[in-house]
Design a protein around this ligand. Structure first.
Ligand SMILES: Cc1cc2nc3c(=O)[nH]c(=O)nc-3n(C[C@H](O)[C@H](O)[C@H](O)COP(=O)(O)OP(=O)(O)OC[C@H]3O[C@@H](n4cnc5c(N)ncnc54)[C@H](O)[C@@H]3O)c2cc1C
Length: 471
């Protein structure tokens, strides 16, 4: 009898299996596709590789400015795709998860096709493998949501977009969230003519308003046709060269066409094949598995973690969730799901990132001080010729706690990590202002924002007056 069976081999499942094995449980992992899940095979790793290529193209445009004479860069897309495959293999090859699991004696069953429950303690794979376990942890992740309109089958998802063998001359991207913005930014850099359609009033709706406005403005400046508040999509039809999209607003229908339409309208849980009803596991309207604070499902012996529970759908959260779920599966309900500062960001051009509350959220909860440092006033960004962007720090006026940090521009994601560490350590803003962050660095902009907030709060200034001009 297996003590703990983990379904799904992404970051949540790999971590859950490792933790259960570490706690001495006889553990088995079974997964539909390759070990590694979306993070290694279809999400961050391939996407970041393409985003890196987009950045190199952009950086190549700067070479002449720094006295390096080269011709205009030319993208060889098949070679880039070969590099993406190489990176995916390399990352997989260097994953320590598999070695650690092997060392613990955890059995890994991969490429098994979808698994389904046949009774509350038994699952069966497509290939006929039956596994019977005392405790089960579901880590099956999510899948792109499809548009429920006629002709939706003519559209692609982000996964199809990464698999293209050539860059489409034009692309309609539907959905201005993180994935849509990433697809639009990357293919714009590769030379596609992009139209980015977003139903709501602003792209990147979960970012601070100032950040989403800055990204939209930069996208427009770079040639992306950003269409916010465009109405709703009626249908798609095939054209000789691609696809035509019909959409309407206030009773008026319009249409547009492109070589390819990519939908990025959100995420649903990958639970449909699992036959969860035979176990008594409840899901919500988007099929996400309902769990309590210990990541236990409505079936007492089954836990769930990662994208499949529909909370923050990111790799670090999947890893944390896998750890918590396995701990509770083996030891009983002893560990609550981890909450705290969670940085989120994306490698678009320009990059953007956030941690904590937006200015609107923080202001609704109490009185705040907001510090802004624009990138055209910092030494490092001027050196690098990357002067568009800002770092915004939101501080509670009464407690001096840092409530949020929002950055748009070069290295936004890295800068925000420093803010997240400060927030996790519950540093006061004046303490952050006194850390002598290296000069000239991108992270230094955060120190300047902290110093600005400290001055606004009329707190004792020690040495930081000098940092006003530094970094
Ligand atoms: C384009 C894109 C970019 C992203 N970029 C980032 C980023 O920069 N940073 C970040 O932190 N996150 C990013 N993410 C999100 C990140 O990939 C996910 O949050 C993470 O992979 C979730 O891990 P998981 O283990 O829950 O699920 P997954 O990684 O999706 O793994 C699920 C596993 O379950 C298996 N499975 C599914 N159904 C079944 C079944 N019925 N039976 C058996 N096995 C099954 C699958 O084969 C897979 O192995 C990105 C996602 C996308 C789509």
């Amino acid at each position: 009898m297996i003590d703990v069976l983990v379904i799904g081999g992404g970051p949540a499942g790999m971590t859950a299996a490792l933790r259960a094995g570490d706690l001495g449980a006889n553990t088995v992992i079974v997964t539909r596709d390759e070990f590694g899940g979306m993070a290694a095979n279809d999400g961050p790793v391939p996407v970041r590789t393409l985003a890196h290529a987009a950045r190199l193209l952009r950086d190549a445009g700067q070479l002449n400015r720094y006295g390096i004479d080269v011709g205009p860069p030319r993208l060889d897309y098949p070679r880039l795709l070969a590099r993406v495959r190489e990176v995916v293999e390399d990352v997989r090859g260097h994953s320590t998860f598999r070695k650690q699991l092997d060392a613990l004696g955890v059995t890994i069953n991969e490429n098994c096709g979808p698994v389904r429950f046949t009774d509350p303690h038994t699952v069966e794979t497509e290939s006929g493998l039956r596994l019977h376990a005392d405790k089960i942890i579901i880590c099956t992740g999510g899948a792109s949501r499809r548009l429920p309109v006629p002709g939706a089958e003519l559209t692609a998802t982000h996964s199809d977009a990464w698999g293209l063998t050539s860059v489409p001359p034009s692309m309609i991207v539907i959905g201005g969230g993180a994935t849509g913005a990433q697809v639009a930014s990357v293919f714009n850099a590769f030379g596609s003519k992009i139209q980015l359609f977003h139903t709501g009033p602003r792209i990147l709706p979960t970012e601070d308003e100032e950040v989403s406005a800055a990204v939209a403005a930069a996208f427009r400046e770079s040639g992306i046709d950003v269409r916010e508040n465009f109405g709703c999509i009626d249908s798609f039809e095939k054209t000789a060269d691609g696809v035509r999209m019909f959409y309407s607003k206030d009773g008026r229908q319009e249409s547009t066409e492109a070589s390819l339409a990519v939908t990025a309208i959100g995420w649903i849980a990958e639970t449909r094949c699992l036959n969860l009803s035979c176990v008594g596991i409840e899901t919500d309207a988007r099929d996400f598995v309902r769990v309590n604070e210990f990541l236990r499902t409505t079936a007492p012996h089954v836990f769930a973690a990662g994208d499949v529970i529909g909370r923050m759908m990111l790799v670090p959260q999947a890893i944390q969730g896998g750890f918590v779920a396995a701990t509770n599966a083996v030891r009983g309900e002893t560990m609550k799901a981890i909450e705290g500062a969670a940085p989120i960001g994306s490698f678009t051009d320009p990059e953007y990132a956030q941690v904590g509350l937006t200015e609107t959220q923080a202001s609704a909860a109490g009185e705040v001080v907001v510090a802004r440092i624009y990138f055209d006033s910092t030494t490092r960004t001027i050196i690098d010729g990357r002067t568009s962007g800002l770092c915004k720090l939101i501080v509670d006026r009464r407690t001096r706690q840092i409530l949020g940090c929002h950055v748009v521009g070069e290295r936004a994601v890295e800068i925000t990590q420093v803010a997240a560490v400060a927030m996790s350590g519950r540093m006061l803003v004046d303490d952050l202002a006194q850390v002598p962050l290296s000069f000239p660095t991108y992270a230094g902009v955060l120190g300047r924002a902290a110093a600005q907030a400290t001055r606004r709060l009329n707190l004792e200034l020690n040495w930081q007056a000098s940092r006003m001009e530094g970094n």
